[in-house]
Design a protein around this ligand. Structure first.
Ligand SMILES: NC(=O)c1ccc[n+]([C@@H]2O[C@H](COP(=O)([O-])OP(=O)(O)OC[C@H]3O[C@@H](n4cnc5c(N)ncnc54)[C@H](OP(=O)(O)O)[C@@H]3O)[C@@H](O)[C@H]2O)c1
Length: 448
């Protein structure tokens, strides 16, 4: 039998039938045996997956018309009338699995795969008939926009240059986030950091996406120094909640870390407290918003937009939404990267023309920037860049968070519900590895 963690749909939760709908549900369903598998489908045993605020955002945007994260994996068919595709959706997870049955001639049983799976014991996946190569295979999802290809790609571990068995757990945690941070920094660097900046302010600084971004800025600055450039002294400043302040400082990836209140408390925004905000007198800033907290953003914009402020924002980038709770409906998708790409590519010296008196947040969405980079770089260049960055990360990240393992469907469901029930959601110090299986079954666990 299969067991899949299903999440309530916001659209249904707000309907009049809501009283009859259970919350998160463990759906039991049968799995096809090898003969019943449809042509070109595989049956995957999902061994384990990572869970972070990123997955909460997938859930919150599950039905959003731009993101459609609930449209990646259908709800399995079951006899449970209260859990249907109308009432529930599946939050995708990045994980590892092993092929246990295959009706695809190019995918053997026993193959180890990494991809955008479901929180389930088993997953039936159609694999594109032709879109299979030595390194990867693709799940055809013609109902989704073509730029979602990055989510449809499944990596074949045996030929993946970034794969090692020992780093599987770190891979599940960092890979989806790190590449966002890495390519976002690359996107900003490709415009000379919007004509040059002296400071980078990052919200939700304790999140992996945020501190990996700080790490990427540092990596580029370090390389510049090694090449003898002295023009690489950007101050990295993190903003986080009080409870996560010490954790964020200890990472050692930011030059300065402040809690949200230290910024908000000062009524005289036009003259921030110099003792605390060492760097706020720097002239040019990038603001990277991982929190997605509109009230915080409004205060930050007010500060930088003030005609009396010494500091100006060169760009405000929306990268994440850790403040978005599951089921929240207030989010609006405004601009896309494509509309900004011409701005950033055409000039190395000025901020985008849209950034006037009041900052206009630009959205960074990884698939869109990768599509542009694929036109500018060869596959070998991109692979070399990624291999170098990933090796550095795997060397440096081990002390950042402590891995925490939860095994078994019921316990995973409990861990999820505890997270939703807590006022601060996910703490930053743990790397959560979850499995719907009752025990560790996929070989030696990484020792860290
Ligand atoms: N644009 C993209 O393509 C892309 C790709 C990857 C990730 N992201 C986004 O980046 C964000 C961070 O993801 P992550 O997986 O790196 O996060 P994570 O490591 O799990 O971050 C946890 C942090 O999020 C904040 N947080 C957690 N629960 C919260 C709650 N209930 N209310 C308010 N804040 C809460 C806290 O940070 P503070 O105390 O520091 O605020 C917490 O330390 C997510 O929104 C994710 O979707 C975007």
């Amino acid at each position: 039998m299969n067991s899949t963690l299903c999440f309530p749909r916001p659209s249904f939760s707000s309907s009049s039938e809501v009283s009859s709908v259970p919350r998160t549900s463990l759906l039991e369903s049968s799995i096809p045996d090898a003969e019943q598998l449809q042509r070109h489908c595989i049956l995957l045993k999902v061994d384990k997956f990572g869970w972070s605020a990123n997955n909460v955002t997938y859930q919150a945007l599950g039905e959003h018309p731009h993101f459609r994260y609930y449209d990646f994996h259908p709800i399995p068919t079951s006899s449970l009338a209260s859990v249907t595709p109308r009432t529930h959706g599946i939050v995708p997870v990045w994980g590892f699995g092993t092929v246990v049955a295959s009706a695809h001639p190019q995918v053997p049983v026993g193959e180890r795969l990494y991809g955008y799976f479901a929180p389930a014991k088993y997953l039936v996946l159609p694999i594109d008939e032709k879109d299979v190569n030595k390194h990867s295979m693709y799940v055809p999802r013609p109902h989704l926009p073509p730029d979602r290809r990055v989510y449809n790609q499944i990596q074949r571990c045996s030929t993946d240059p970034l794969y090692t068995r020992e780093t599987e757990d770190l891979t599940m945690l960092y890979r989806p986030l790190f590449w966002t941070s890495y390519w976002c920094e690359d996107w900003l660097a490709s415009s000379g950091y919007r004509g040059g900046c002296e400071g980078v302010l990052i919200s939700s600084a304790s999140s992996k996406t945020a501190f990996c971004l700080a790490y990427c800025f540092r990596m580029r600055a370090k390389k510049a120094r090694q090449r003898g450039s002295n023009n690489s002294s950007i101050r990295m400043v993190g903003l986080t909640s009080k409870g996560n302040l010490e954790f964020t400082k200890k990472l050692g990836l930011y030059d300065e870390v402040y809690d949200y209140d230290s910024f908000l408390f000062d009524e005289a925004f036009h003259a921030p407290r110099q003792t605390e905000w060492v760097s706020l007198t720097q002239p040019g800033w990038l603001y990277i918003d991982v929190a997605g907290n509109q009230s915080l953003n409004s205060k930050i914009y007010t500060h930088f937009a003030s005609p009396y402020a010494v500091s100006k924002l060169k760009a405000a980038i929306s990268l994440g939404m850790t403040n978005l709770a599951p089921g929240e409906k207030s989010f609006e998708w405004t601009t896309s990267l494509h509309t900004k790409a011409s701005d950033t590519a055409s000039t190395n010296n000025t901020a985008p023309s849209s950034l006037g008196f009041w900052p206009v947040a630009e959205q960074f969405f990884l698939p869109e920037w990768l599509a542009i980079r694929r036109l500018q770089l060869t596959p070998v260049q991109m692979l070399d860049m990624q291999t170098e960055a990933w090796s550095s990360l795997m060397r440096d990240c081990r002390s950042w968070v402590k891995l925490e393992y939860v095994y078994g469907g019921e316990r995973v469901k409990e861990a999820y519900e505890a997270m939703v029930g807590s006022s601060r959601g996910l703490g930053p110090d743990k790397g959560r590895i979850w499995s719907m299986w009752d025990e560790h079954t996929d070989g030696p666990r990484a020792r860290l």
